[in-house]
Design a protein around this ligand. Structure first.
Ligand SMILES: [Zn+2]
Length: 91
């Protein structure tokens, strides 16, 4: 392997440890929910999900789960307010 490629691999390893360098602009994915698959999309800072709950509330367990999975790679202002506060304890 040439030294140029070795340098790129080393840089890729450093980059992979700094996910704050990455900002998603758009994507589409299939989320396998408990009751079936849902299509989740993200574009221009806006989430969408094909599940029934999202259609009435504008947020759902699938989009909130993706926010947790992607963490800092999604702009903080996009993350649902529900995730910003403390998680309510179920009695
Ligand atoms: Zn959903």
């Amino acid at each position: 392997m040439d030294s140029g490629m070795i340098g790129k691999i080393e840089k890729a390893r450093r980059y992979a440890e700094e996910p704050e360098r990455v900002r998603f602009e758009q994507f589409r994915l299939q989320f396998q929910g408990t009751n079936g698959p849902h299509t989740v999309t993200y574009a221009n800072g806006t989430w969408h999900c094909t599940c029934r709950f999202f259609s009435t509330r504008g947020v759902c367990s699938h989009t909130m789960a993706m926010e947790r999975i992607l963490g800092i790679m999604i702009p903080a202002e996009v993350v649902a307010p529900a995730l910003a506060g403390p998680v309510p304890v179920m009695a």
